[in-house]
Design a protein around this ligand. Structure first.
Ligand SMILES: C[S@@+](CC[C@H](N)C(=O)[O-])C[C@H]1O[C@@H](n2cnc3c(N)ncnc32)[C@H](O)[C@@H]1O
Length: 211
């Protein structure tokens, strides 16, 4: 019997992922690059790097690597972030303790079950050097109750609904738990900086471990 290929959630979407999402995400990705150029991290790890888009935008001389589980996404990453991305599971990342002074996670946490999110956050703590920064881009609840903020909130939920299945169920749990800031705080992180996108429904955030 041939060995069964493990299911890859991104098999169908990896080729069009950047094409569809770049128009919405370019502003966030560029804001992150601006931050990285100012802060000059010595070693960057992108957990769930996907197609490698964010890594590809960082200066070539910045030491930055990524891991992802999906072969389909890694195929795309091989084209645009040559040599920077490798296959690994975010719950057991094959690097030594204290290996990086900047770890990033962009749109990779909300689609996971709570227990998996907690394992991934533990891995980040293990790999981050003392005083290091964890930067997360993900969905949050907007602070303002305006029509436009509500409209973006509705739009985000519809996009996640399209992803369907477990992904959508996990997104709903993520939002019920209060979204990005609430979940990171519950896991012992302290917010040091943030930039709001889509009226605060998406945030580029920077965290340090609470003392
Ligand atoms: C929504 S995509 C985001 C990709 C990229 N960070 C971006 O901003 O476009 C989530 C990524 O997390 C990856 N992923 C999911 N579970 C993972 C795991 N256990 N270990 C590593 N990567 C994982 C998926 O394969 C996918 O590429």
């Amino acid at each position: 019997m041939p060995e069964e290929t493990p299911h890859d959630d991104y098999n169908n979407s990896s080729r069009i992922y950047d094409l569809l999402l770049n128009p919405f995400l370019n502003g966030i990705r560029n804001a992150f690059v601006d931050w990285a150029i100012i802060h000059q991290p010595q070693g960057v790890l992108d957990v769930g790097c996907g197609t490698g888009k964010q890594l590809s935008l960082l200066p070539k001389n910045m030491h930055a690597v990524g891991i992802d589980l999906s072969e389909a996404m890694l195929d795309q990453a091989a084209k645009q972030a040559q040599g920077r991305c490798r296959q690994a599971d975010a719950t057991a990342i094959p690097f030594n303790d204290d290996s990086f002074d900047l770890i990033i996670s962009q749109f990779a946490l909300h689609e996971k079950e709570t227990a998996t999110i907690e394992l991934e956050l533990k891995e980040v703590k293990r790999l981050l050097q003392p005083g290091g920064v964890f930067s997360v881009v993900d969905f949050d609840l907007p602070d303002e109750h305006t029509f436009i903020a509500g409209f973006f909130k509705w739009g985000v939920a519809r996009i996640e609904q399209q992803a369907g299945g477990e992904h959508y169920e996990n997104f709903k749990v993520w939002m019920k738990r209060g979204g990005l800031r609430s979940i990171l705080k519950k896991n012992g992180w302290e917010l040091s900086e943030e930039q709001l996108f889509f009226k605060g429904n998406v945030r580029l955030t920077f965290w340090k471990l609470a003392e």
